[in-house]
Design a protein around this ligand. Sequence first.
Ligand code: MG
Length: 254
Amino acid sequence: MKRFCFDLDGTVYRGKLGIPTAVEFIHHLQAEGNEPFFVTNNSSKTPEQLQQALAAIDIQAKREHIYSSALTTAKYVAKNYGTAKVQVIGSEGIRHALEAEGIIVSEENEVDVLVMGIDRSIGYARIADACLTVQRGAKLIGTNEDIRFPSEEGFLPGNGSFVRMVANVCGVEPLFIGKPSPVMLEMIAEEHGLVRDELVMVGDNYDTDILCGINFGCTTVHVNTGVTPMEIVKGKPTQPTYVVEDLSQLPHLE
Ligand SMILES: [Mg+2]
């Protein structure tokens, strides 16, 4: 039985609106007892808040099946920089995740690691401070490198836009944890005792979702309901396993 990992923005919902074909597909899986996973680069919400966002479009998701880049970043930092001084830019999602992993967030000028997740109220002064922190030697880690994400009205700047801004000023290459890094899928496989062949990564963004699945080595499904238009995907040298208009067109996968 294939186990599905769904991206959220542009795949399951757009803004606060559910994508009907995706909601129907997920209901069908759950009716068969095939509980899906949700894999998002959104670091601003806690898994509980993501669970509520899904409930608002009539999807009841299991808390332990929701993987965010914030949760994964926190686990990565705890594992690789457990005793380091960590400064953080971002909202509740990333702060909550770091604290849950026992990481003490420092407001000092000199730290070992600067973690950046999206902060929708960020201003020039905070970005300038971040640039100085990195120039003093902090390792720059971004929860995810999404340059933009879709909303009801159009594309908005994603975390990658801000992290790249800091990296460009400092002349450093940031480390990103979210998709297209395969770390979130590796964690799902490890924590749920699944193997590569069993997982299917479904997403709207070729450069994050599809490359994440390709990097991990599992089946991939591109849906034409969000960021990357189907024509662009069809021109890529490495193709997803399936390219569909929406999930109503996906053949049954054994
Ligand atoms: Mg998406």
